[in-house]
Ligand binder design. Structure first.
Ligand code: RP5
Length: 170
């Protein structure tokens, strides 16, 4: 579990520790936005009872959004979604077999009634941003930080040297 001083508001669950290198980008993005999070490795297939215990206790501990990342037969986000009404964001992990298309289809093709908001293959940063946007609905200070993030992102593109000739254009 990632070190933290405040209670986590976003619970990042990975199907394996081998997913951590991809998902560290979500931890980093949430850190930049000042959103406390925790990251764990709990396989839905290899430790289902532990996963259910974690999900059952998460709401009470302060988790408001889950980010679930898995590769291949990526059932983890859907299984978490089946056990909670907190929002679940799925991150398909890139794989050797089909570049992550296997992970993507496993996560995105949920049956009606149990939604998982799926981001791009390897889309850890967007998962973090989407989680922050959900939290920002009830957190004006976080909303301000997200607006500032967007503005800085746009500014860095506008100020890129390759766009120098467009500066000041209408
Ligand atoms: C999935 O299987 C994990 O999410 C990971 O992406 C993939 C491989 O897991 P390991 O064999 O590396 O533990 O469950």
């Amino acid at each position: 579990m990632a070190a933290q001083t405040q209670a986590a508001r976003v619970g990042i669950v990975c199907g394996s520790r081998s997913d951590f290198p991809v998902m560290e980008k979500a931890v980093e993005m949430l850190g930049k936005l000042g959103v406390p999070c925790e990251m764990r490795a709990i396989s839905a297939h290899r430790a289902p009872d532990l996963l259910f215990r974690f999900v059952a206790g998460a709401d009470e501990r302060g988790i408001r959004v889950f980010i679930a990342a898995a590769g291949g037969a990526a059932h983890l986000p859907g299984v978490i979604a089946a056990k909670t009404i907190l929002p679940v964001i799925g991150v398909p992990i890139p794989t050797q077999v089909a570049g992550g298309l296997d992970s993507l289809l496993s996560i995105v093709q949920m049956p009606k009634g149990i939604p998982v908001a799926t981001v791009a293959v390897g889309g850890a940063e967007n998962a973090a941003l989407l989680a922050a946007e959900i939290l920002a609905l009830a957190d004006p200070a976080l909303r301000d930080r997200l607006v500032a993030f967007r503005a800085a992102q746009t500014k860095s593109i506008e100020e890129d040297e390759s766009n120098a000739d467009l500066r000041g254009a209408p």
